[in-house]
Design a binder for this molecule. Sequence first.
Ligand code: PXP
Length: 241
Amino acid sequence: MTNLLINIDHVATLRNARRETFPDPVAAAVFCETAGADGIVFHLREDRRHITERDVRLLKETVRGKLDFELSTNEDVLAICCRTQPHLATLVPERREEVTTEGGLDVVGHRDRLREVIPRLFDAGIEEVALFVDPVPAQIEASREVGANAIELHTGDFAIARAREAQKAEAERLARGAEKAHELGLRVHAGHGLDYLNYPLFAQTVPHVREVSIGFAVVARAVLVGLDRAVREMRLLVKGY
Ligand code: PXP
């Protein structure tokens, strides 16, 4: 069974666009869990463009399911993550100019830094440390070598593929990546750009996925149909009920 974690950064983006106190991503997290989400994901960015330290404190206190803290290897954010002790820390690349995370982490190119950072997260009491990677064998092997116990497969290329053949080819590439990670004993998560239309092909093709992290599609649908319904519809797709 694949678990559904909802990323609530997009609620904070809307709040911050008006420099307001609402909509509150912490309240959104409560709605997501009430609608059956297995957990909540947030990304505390260096520039704090959406989630803030206040949100992190309150999410830690209120989320009852799994809490996934996405972060870069920035020292300040790393210290906050260690203090927060989420169930899962997912290391992602971060560039200030980007609109959203673009591509997976270059684990091969950042081995030394990751070898230093990952034990600090485990030592803080965090049980799972995942690296957000493209489905590239060398990156997956390096994830194991630097000490992570999970990967999050970057599904962005699959999500932007339009022609059916291209979608299938990307899904198969993700499937090979998932097999490889599974053989190496890494837990497999996935996310970025998964939505109501592309999820069925992803689920049919890619094995071993323990959890998916989905944000934009659910929050965008919530604007039209409400957050409760948007989460329940995604839960039906991911979990079958
Ligand atoms: N996983 C990671 C590492 C991400 O950076 C994001 C985007 O915030 C997601 C999953 C969720 O992507 P989306 O919002 O497109 O569903």
